[in-house]
Design a protein around this ligand. Structure first.
Ligand code: DAH
Length: 348
């Protein structure tokens, strides 16, 4: 009977803990953590009560064991409930703790092929000192035409089917990035070495070969004693870097803003059937227009044409991307079909 008296308080002790556990509430995750340590930790109440189990007389072991198991599961339940109520700390913590858990795949996008080619062109020219210059897409007649030696009624204006804005003949979407040359020269004096990538617009029927919105890069170099040989050397450096060949030919051509003017062809080769198709059996491909800046243009932009000379060139980025990636239809660039775009996840 005396022995029994000793162990009754132990059972009461568990019952008191059960009451405490039931009544416990917490406002912070720290309080829950402390509660868990107090009850379920290595040196917590429950561990101690389990250690005492062997001192309990046989006839009490059953009740003691049951109550202790009840206390343990109620304490565990309490911790879970409080953690969930305080923002699921337990579940997110255990997810992070499991370092063997397989990672979630992160879907990566790809850069657009036009951006890739544009950045390559910028990179190649920046190595020889070219900076960037930009202008507006909505232009006025002066910057898009007149200053570039294309006065009103000049027949070459018809070559560039222009989108006018609100039927005002003085406001238009720029038909080429040559307009940026004018803006740059108007507010800067030589030496000038700039590249102007940008979007241009022409009122053309959309087909596999042409689009009404496309991209160009304009280049301009103005200094003392700039010659056509400097232009040719610059172009060879460029085609070597982008197309891997410096074998180019300059075909005499006409642009109102350059004199003399030329079209630049690179030797593409005739190795495959596709080479025959895209070079029309000649092995040569036209990639851009260029020339020595017409002195009239320099004068129009406030640069002394007796002291300075320079060259300009302009190329279409879609055309370059089509050649570099063997893309046969220009419309692919604007459809945003992910199956097309994701092929460019590694740049050229
Ligand atoms: N602006 C011309 C076009 O859109 C391209 C061009 C040709 C630009 C010759 C130039 C150049 O700077 O010298 O077709």
């Amino acid at each position: 009977m005396r022995l029994l008296c000793i162990f009754v308080p132990m059972i009461d002790n568990i019952k008191a803990h059960l009451k405490d556990v039931a009544a416990f509430s917490a406002n912070t995750a720290d309080e829950v953590a402390q509660f868990r340590i107090d009850y379920l930790g290595k040196k917590g109440h429950i561990t101690k009560l389990f250690a005492d189990f062997r001192n309990v007389p046989n006839e009490q072991k059953k009740e003691y064991g049951q109550l202790l198991n009840q206390l343990k599961s109620e304490a565990q339940e309490k911790v879970k409930k409080l953690q969930a109520a305080l923002g699921g700390t337990q579940s997110s913590k255990s997810a992070i703790d499991d370092v063997t858990r397989p990672g979630q795949p992160i879907p990566l996008g790809a850069r657009h092929p036009i951006s890739i080619v544009r950045d390559r062109v910028i990179d190649v020219f920046s190595r020889i000192g070219y900076g960037l210059s930009s202008g507006p897409e909505v232009e006025d007649d002066w910057h898009n035409f007149t200053a570039l030696n294309l006065p009103e009624h000049h027949p070459a204006r018809d070559m560039q089917d222009t989108f006018f804005v609100q039927t005002d003949p003085d406001v238009m979407l720029r038909t080429h990035t040559s307009s940026v040359q004018v803006r740059h020269m108007e507010s800067n004096q030589p030496p000038i070495r700039i590249l102007s990538p940008g979007r241009v617009f022409r009122n053309e029927a959309i087909s596999a070969r042409s689009h009404c919105v496309f991209h160009q890069v304009e280049g301009l170099y103005i200094n003392k004693d700039v010659s056509f040989a400097d232009l040719k050397q610059t172009l060879m450096y460029f085609t070597k870097a982008i197309f891997g060949t410096a074998e180019i030919r300059l075909r005499p051509s006409y642009f109102p803003f350059t004199e003399p003017s030329a079209e630049v062809d690179i030797y593409w080769g005739l190795e495959t059937e596709a080479d025959y198709r895209i070079t029309k059996g000649t092995g040569w491909l036209e990639i851009m227009g260029c020339g020595m800046v017409d002195p009239n243009v320099l004068t129009n932009c406030g640069i002394d044409a007796d002291t300075y000379s320079g060259f300009a060139f302009g190329m279409g980025l879609e055309r370059m991307a089509m050649l570099l990636y063997q893309i046969e239809d220009i419309r692919m660039f604007y459809e945003n079909d992910v199956r097309f775009l994701k092929q460019f996840s590694s740049s050229i």
